[in-house]
Ligand binder design. Structure first.
Ligand code: ADP
Ligand code: MG
Length: 252
C-alpha cells in the first residue's frame, strides 16, 4: 500500500531522514518509534506530501506521489499539532470537509464526533478550544471519511484517559477492517495491543522494521516497552562491536 524507496531529507545541515526504505501493507499497524527529533513526523509528512524529500520515491497503491495530491483522499491524517482557522466553528469545519468531497452526512463516519461529544459544542470556534478538545477534533476528522490508510501522529497526547481509551478502541476497530495504520506515540503501552510491526528511527536512520511477534520471540519480552528496551540494549552492543571492527580496519 505504501512503498518508500531511499528517502533522504535535509533541513539545512541536519539530515532529518537518511536513506529510509520500507513497505507497509493493509492489515498492518506500524508503530513508528524513536527519540524526539528522530524524524518520525518528517517521514509521515513526506508520505503525505507535506514535506518534499530531497531524493527517493514514495508510492501509494503503486502510484508515485509527485505533485498530484488526489491520493491524499485515501489517507486519514491526525497531525501532531492540528492547525485550523481560528474563527471556524467545529460544526462548520466538518461540513466544509464534507462539502469539499461532495459527501452527505450519511456518507461519513461520525462515530468519534458522537463518542467525544463534539456535536454538543459544534458552535464553538476552533480558537476557543483546549488542546485536548482540538485533539479530539483532529481524531474525529481523521476517521471521518473512512479512509483505507490512517496516519496518526501522537494521537493520544493531550487526551484525558477516557478519551484516550475511546480513541484506542476506534483504532482497534479500524485495524480489524484490514486498514493500514501508521502510528507514533511516546506512550508505548498505548501501542501494545495495536502494533503488528515496529519501525524504529534514530537520528533519521531506520534502525529496524520488524514484525512484533518476531521481536517478542527474539527478546523473550511481551510488552512493547520492554521489547524495545532489550533490542536497543543489544543494538548498542552491536554498534560498539561495529565501531571496533571499523577502528581495526582503519588502523590496518
Ligand atoms: P520526531 O517527530 O521524531 O520528533 P521530526 O521529524 O519532527 O522528529 O524532526 C526531525 C528533525 O528535523 C528534528 O531535528 C527537527 O528539529 C528537524 N525539523 C523538522 N522539521 C523541520 C523544519 N521544517 N525546518 C527545520 N528543521 C526541521
Ligand atoms: Mg513528531
Amino acid at each position: 500500500m505504501i512503498r518508500i524507496e531511499n528517502i533522504n531529507k535535509k533541513f539545512k545541515k541536519l539530515q532529518a531522514l537518511n536513506d529510509i526504505s520500507a513497505i507497509f501493507n493493509r492489515g498492518q499497524v506500524i508503530s513508528l518509534i524513536g527519540p524526539n527529533g528522530s524524524g518520525k513526523t518528517t517521514l509521515i509528512k513526506s508520505i503525505l506530501g507535506l514535506v518534499k524529500a530531497d531524493s527517493g520515491n514514495i508510492f501509494i497503491n503503486g502510484k508515485q506521489i509527485n505533485g498530484d495530491p488526489s491520493y491524499r483522499s485515501q489517507i486519514g491524517y491526525m497531525p501532531q499539532i492540528g492547525r485550523y482557522p481560528d474563527n471556524m466553528q467545529i460544526g462548520h469545519l466538518f461540513r466544509m470537509m464534507r462539502d469539499i468531497r461532495k459527501l452527505s452526512e450519511s456518507d461519513v463516519d461520525a462515530d468519534l464526533l458522537v463518542k467525544f461529544n463534539l456535536m454538543s459544542i459544534f458552535e464553538k470556534p476552533m480558537r476557543t478550544l483546549s488542546g485536548g478538545t482540538r485533539q479530539k477534533v483532529s481524531a474525529a476528522l481523521a476517521f471521518y471519511f473512512n479512509p483505507a490508510i490512517l496516519i496518526l501522529d501522537e494521537p493520544t497526547a493531550g487526551l484525558d484517559p477516557l478519551s484516550s481509551e475511546i480513541l484506542k478502541e476506534k483504532i482497534m476497530q479500524e485495524k480489524k477492517k484490514n486498514k493500514l495504520i501508521l502510528i507514533t506515540s511516546h506512550i508505548l503501552s498505548d501501542l501494545d495491543e495495536l502494533t503488528t510491526d515496529v519501525m524504529y528511527l534514530q537520528e533519521g536512520r531506520m534502525v529496524f522494521l520488524k514484525d512484533i511477534n518476531a521481536l517478542r520471540q527474539e527478546t523473550g519480552e511481551d510488552k512493547l516497552g520492554k521489547v524495545i528496551a532489550r533490542v536497543m540494549r543489544d543494538n548498542k552492543k552491536n554498534s560498539l562491536w561495529i565501531d571496533e571492527v571499523l577502528a581495526m580496519k582503519s588502523s590496518d
